[in-house]
Design a protein around this ligand. Structure first.
Ligand code: SF4
Length: 394
């Protein structure tokens, strides 16, 4: 058993008292609405509270009920999520909303088996929904909670290991005072977020400092023990920002990503893989890089003249790190602007094959010429959002 009975009771009692005095007024804490709590917990994964708050308000305003979320076009859900990253969370959320409509008549279920069967809902989120919304004595153990428990109970096992997580879940469940699961789990998360922070924990203001074994050992800074995850794999991309001319003046060419895989169905600037970013190390020089891109664009039905390098950009996904070299191009053909800014049918037909031929694995059949206003309706991954916002000056 980790810690003796007094140490455990002290921890739970002091933590709850502190939470009642110090908890933040967060929008999803104002009612115990299971839908609101579920949305907030999914948004808060890998994302800071300050970032989440405006997204949460917008999301709930746009999709006030599970039925609204389930019935919405996916494009609207992704648009509401734009900028938060980890877009599979948004897709899973909508798929789970549909499950709730079909299986549970639109009401968030309140059993472990039913909640954990929802798409995108893992052990942590299951525990968070059941405890916070329904006051069920289920542990909700994420990185914050493991950090606090590691330090308080001086647990030196590697928190990246499944066995350690199981141990933490058992310990967290045992610590929940009777009838107080909702507040206790939120208190534990709150302590990890505000006081027992990853770097420089605020031990002097911590409500459980007097019995914190990690602190008493002087080990708070080196805990939790966590083996390093594999670094994300670098990928290099030659990227084209093609400006339209003639009837397409003021527009930029974008394409939709394939239906499956990374960033599925989101919009982006056309890009092709490279061995390295031009200008860095063994990377292709800018001239040949632009020639390769121009070839790919021409084959896709968009002959374009290179205008030079614009910028480098990067973005890290959980397992991939993208390095982009962005080049400006001028579309050369006096194209008619198709209705809605879509690319001509001939270009659409040729696109996938053309990009394959150019060595790109990202094939798509949908291209559009967009204005700044069109960006209000299309969902872009963060890295392209930044580039396009910079380009359009917003
Ligand atoms: S005393 Fe320090 S290390 Fe221990 S739980 Fe509090 S903040 Fe964390």
């Amino acid at each position: 058993m980790r810690g003796n009975r007094e140490t455990r009771i002290f921890f739970s009692t002091e933590l709850l008292g502190w939470y009642e005095r110090s908890k933040r007024d967060l929008p999803w804490r104002r009612h115990r609405d299971p839908y609101n709590i579920w949305i907030s917990e999914i948004m808060l994964q890998q994302t800071r509270v300050d970032t989440v708050i405006p997204y949460f308000h917008r999301f709930i305003e746009r999709f006030p009920t599970i039925a609204d979320l389930a019935a919405a076009p996916e494009e609207d859900v992704l648009k509401c999520w734009e900028g938060l990253g980890y877009y599979s969370r948004a897709r899973n959320l909508q798929a789970a909303a549909k499950q709730v409509m079909e299986r549970h008549g639109g009401t968030v279920p309140n059993t472990k088996a039913e909640v954990s069967a929802l798409k995108g809902v893992g052990p942590y989120t299951t525990g968070a929904i059941l405890s916070i919304a329904f006051n069920r004595p289920e542990p909700a153990v994420d990185g914050n909670v493991m950090r606090v428990l590691s330090r308080y109970f001086l647990i030196e096992e590697d928190v990246a290991k499944v066995g350690t997580r199981t141990l933490m879940e058992e310990l967290a469940a045992e610590l929940i005072p009777e009838g107080r699961a909702s507040d206790f789990n939120q208190a534990l998360m709150e302590l990890g977020a505000l006081v027992c922070t990853p770097k420089s924990p605020q031990c002097l203001t911590c409500p459980v400092m007097a019995r914190c074994a990690g602190r008493l050992e002087g080990a708070e800074e080196r805990l939790p023990i966590k083996s390093k995850a594999k670094p994300p794999r670098p990928e290099y991309r030659l990227t084209a920002l093609v400006e339209g001319g003639g009837a397409l003046a003021g527009r930029v060419l974008v394409r939709r990503r394939p239906d499956t895989g990374l960033l599925a169905r989101m919009w982006e600037l056309p890009h092709i893989p490279a061995d390295a970013v031009p200008g860095e190390g063994a990377g292709l020089p800018d001239g040949p890089a632009m020639d390769r891109l121009a070839t790919a664009l021409a084959a896709a039905g968009v002959p374009a003249r290179p205008g030079g390098a614009l910028l480098n950009a990067e973005h890290t996904f959980s397992h991939i790190h993208w390095n982009l070299r962005v080049f400006r191009f001028d579309a050369e053909i006096p194209m008619q602007a198709p209705a809605g800014g879509g690319v001509s049918p001939a270009a659409v037909a040729e696109t996938a094959a053309a990009y394959d031929a150019a060595g790109g694995e990202d094939t798509t059949s949908e291209y559009r010429w967009i204005t700044r206003e069109d960006m209000d309706n299309l969902a872009f991954p963060n890295v392209f959002l930044r580039i396009l916002n910079g380009y359009f000056g917003s």
